[in-house]
Write a protein that binds this ligand. Sequence first.
Ligand code: SF4
Ligand code: SF4
Length: 383
Amino acid sequence: MKNEGKKETEQAKELDKIEIREEKGKEKLFEVDRRSVYKCVQCGTCRSVCPVFDVVGWESANTRGRMLIIKSLLEGTLPSEDVLPSLTSCTTCGICAAKCPAGANPPEIVEAARAQLVKCGITTEAQEKLKSAVMTYGNSLGETENRKHWLSKIERSQLPEKSDYVYFVGCFDSYRYPEFAKKTFKILQRYGVTLLPDEQCCASPLLRTGFREDAEKIMEHNLEQIIQVGAHTIITSCAGCYTTLKNNYPGEFRVISLPEFLAEHLDELKLKKLDLTVTYHDPCHLGRHNKIYDAPRKVIQAICTLKEMKNIKEDSRCCGGGGGVRMGYPDISLELARNRLKDIPEGVDYIVTSCPLCVRNLRDAGGDIEVIDIIELVAMAME
Ligand code: SF4
Ligand code: SF4
């Protein structure tokens, strides 16, 4: 133990020397937390779990390859567009971090590296398109319709201006799955939940793809709205919104995912038992990133039989929808979803998940079993 401590101190001193040498030289073009980067000892354990590498097979698209590229940028290689395919094809699924014996957190480092590339003006067309949609229209899908179009004018005018609880709908449920939003809000209204007067994208797509300054502006806007409403609790049914509101927003409020809220109120919901067998896909940003594994399973088991898929909880395989990959590399993204569908057990009626982006990607992969959001299963049990 004594020797390990000494080794770490020596390594830290060496790293400080590198930084000082660079400070004295020309301005740094690329900087991320190098202590995190140097945690990667290039052992290659992550090679066998990276879902993108599994599909594309490029060395530069496995976690170790991405870490090597970031290390070389830190050590003076000039940032250029050549690194984009490697650094923008990570879905930030986090399975590499969960398996890394050295405690490295590659998706966090990849996000920081993307932010540096954005600062240098090195981005893909897909990244720019995503940023422009969020900053122009307030949503990641470039939609121009009112975000609350799924409510009637009267319903909108009756929304409480103040409440302790806010339902943060998210871009996907607002525009792609308004039926999920309606069903969710119908249940939450019983508890006095309101909506933000002018909700905008949670900023997750901007943060994951490196547009940190733009993300801050949009987070500030949503934060002001939360303060205006006076809410102490935000409920959301999107895994991306959940992790962003919980881990990236400043401010003192509780963030709770829809499965957690439903699990906490199971007795009051009076759900019927249904003669169904379903399986459950853990969204990366709800499961691995935030360890919400039990709540959705508790809700499902209160309604019907749960038959687990292969690779669950910490080992869950990514649907391919996150990290800007769905937009930037649609073919890779769909291939990841198809691979995930291979984990489904025989004899299930539905694949249930709790993230609209996972619903979308898994549906687009075209399997035989219908993919539904947990709110749809709950709504069936309330009919
Ligand atoms: S990120 Fe972790 S698992 Fe992957 S090569 Fe580096 S040390 Fe090994
Ligand atoms: S976060 Fe997922 S996609 Fe990204 S490098 Fe790690 S395993 Fe691969």
